[in-house]
Ligand binder design. Structure first.
Ligand code: GLU
Length: 299
């Protein structure tokens, strides 16, 4: 079904070259966008400038080109969009949704009485007793005791109570960098993204993002989380672990492997070039065939 207003994106963090796991996410979002006649944007998620590797962005963009995934417009960089994030934080502060916090990680661990899937749950110390005016502080959002349900296009409905599972989470770090959860919500909104297709490691970030969208008065994109690629020891392939860069010597075979990982039918062996691959693949993309990443389904 063509969606005339479809706008998707691939949002790599420039922490290393593209690896097979991120190629799978790129292939899924590209195929989903193009099969709907939609646009596909690339956003470089370098909000965390400490983890950014200067050579990673050209490596990733070069790989996308060699795999025949041409983006619309010019890629944007989060490092150039700090004013947008500051404005969104100001909105949250004005609404009374955000508060300053200068608890160290150690203090949070020591004072927390509950642990969730992402570690110790912040007990709200600074919500009750704010840091002195002028002291360096992070910003947290005060989350509600309410269930947030997201209907994922691959994984089905997922529900999370933000207060029980995560507690008040950080949207701006004490070192001044905006946290991923806020930056991604602002960018998806500001770029008019209608469909997010990404790796299942971010499935349980989605309720937080949907809640932030509601608080900021933004529309909610549709979400689809595709299965991760695991290394032989069961760990997720990740740039941070120095996962091997994706094999570009046989790009059609590599694309075909990503395609099969996404549960799609095997391409014909007669395909000789990446452009032939995409002409064959785009009309054959079926999101309903993408397998659910069962390891990530429960938070
Ligand atoms: N930057 C994230 C990553 O490389 C992806 C964020 C997203 O797609 O929302 O894993």
């Amino acid at each position: 079904m063509p969606a005339p207003n479809y706008r998707g994106r691939f949002a790599p963090s420039p922490t290393g070259p593209l690896h097979f796991g991120s190629l799978v996410a790129a292939v899924a979002s590209f195929a989903d966008a193009r099969s709907c006649g939609g646009e596909w944007l690339v956003r470089i998620e370098d909000v965390d400038e400490i983890r950014r590797r200067p050579d990673a962005e050209p490596l990733i963009l070069g790989s996308l080109q060699r795999f025949g995934m041409t983006w619309d417009g010019t890629p944007v960089r989060q490092s150039e969009r700090r004013r947008l994030y500051a404005y969104a934080l100001e909105t949250l502060v004005k609404k009374g949704d955000a508060y300053r916090c200068n608890c160290s990680r150690k203090q949070v661990t020591e004072t927390s009485t509950r642990s969730g899937p992402e570690g110790p749950i912040y007990p709200g110390t600074c919500r009750i007793d704010p840091p002195a005016i002028g002291a360096a502080a992070a910003w947290r959002v005060a989350v509600p005791d309410a269930e947030i349900t997201v209907l994922d296009r691959v994984c089905g409905p997922i529900t999370q109570n933000l207060r029980n599972a995560l507690g008040d989470f950080v949207v701006k770090r004490i070192d001044g960098y905006t946290a991923y959860q806020l930056a991604v919500v602002v960018d998806d909104h500001e770029q008019g993204i209608t469909h997010v297709v990404r790796g299942a490691d971010l499935l349980w970030s989605t309720p937080r993002q949907v809640w932030l969208q509601t608080q900021l008065g933004y529309a909610h994109p549709a979400y689809a989380h595709v299965p991760l690629v695991y290394a032989t020891d069961g760990s997720k392939l990740s740039k941070r672990d120095d996962a091997h860069p994706v094999d570009e010597t046989h790009p059609v075979q590599t694309l075909s492997a990503a395609w099969r990982h996404l549960g799609q039918s095997s391409p014909s062996t007669a395909i000789k070039s990446v452009s032939e691959f995409w002409s064959w693949a785009v009309p054959r993309w079926h999101i309903e065939r993408v397998p659910i990443d069962m390891d990530r389904l429960h938070d």
